[in-house]
Design a protein around this ligand. Sequence first.
Ligand code: C2E
Ligand code: MG
Ligand code: MG
Ligand code: MG
Length: 280
Amino acid sequence: AKNAGKGCYRFWNDDFLKESTPDRMMIESLLREGIRQNQLVLHYQPIVEASTGKIRSLEALVRWNHPVKGMIPPDDFIPIAEETSLILQLDEWVIHEVVRQQSEWKRQGINLCPVSINISASHISLPSLLHTFETLVKGKPYLANFLQVEVTETAMMMDPDNATLILNQLFNIGVSSSIDDFGSGYTSLGYLKKLNADVLKIDRSFIDGITTDSFDHDVAKAIIALAVSMSMKVVAEGVENKEQWKMLKEFGCDYLQGYYFHRPMSSDKVYELLERHESV
Ligand code: C2E
Ligand code: MG
Ligand code: MG
Ligand code: MG
């Protein structure tokens, strides 16, 4: 259970996920039912400013709270949802839940933080995604600036022209975007330039070795320099210790996300944290 978060355990093993077995179909129908019965929950992980450690935004991360199996991490069911149209439903649920949560936090009187939402590969080039956001922000002009999307580099490059179009249209209605897991796939730098994405998120695999592996060290440094030259902001994912923080600050990285600062947490915990944070 290497990637399982705190309080999560593996529902099925990895071989299971790779094969197209009847069990896979069973999981899919369980998930379909789970979405309908509101078994999905969002946890939120703060993203902090590198210079001060202060919270600047949150990333919404979905979990499946199965009545018998308990909390199931996304890596155990997102890949299955991605093979079917279920992923569109799942993403839609996440977007609506984030909006609902933001309205609740607003009502509770805490200072809102932008929340970024992971959008899957098959969804990012669909006009329906734009439509969903347009409809949601229509009566709530304040909202758009508190919603962001994250698309992995690999997802972007599957249909780069359409994905670029949708991201640019989202940008026009105030919803900004990040390129997730950057460095783990292949991006044409030409697209990066055409894209109105504000943020690059450096893949965790480079941060892991940033203080111990000269390749990771050099790649992370180069990605940060690239982002700066394109006037993009950079987030480093998976920061787990002070040494990594120090080095990333030296390289000019803007924002950091990782267990060293905060783990993903329930919306109640976020509320407590943001309430306390305000008075700092
Ligand atoms: P991601 O978008 O790259 O999210 C970051 C992942 O890294 C999260 O795992 C987070 O808990 C983990 N992480 C953060 N800091 C650290 C750290 O310091 N050390 C380590 N070892 N891990 C850290 P999580 O929540 O298990 O999510 C895994 C992936 O599942 C996400 O990767 C994303 O691709 C996908 N995912 C999560 N939520 C959603 C969602 O709502 N919709 C879609 N379509 N995909 C989602
Ligand atoms: Mg992400
Ligand atoms: Mg990532
Ligand atoms: Mg990832």
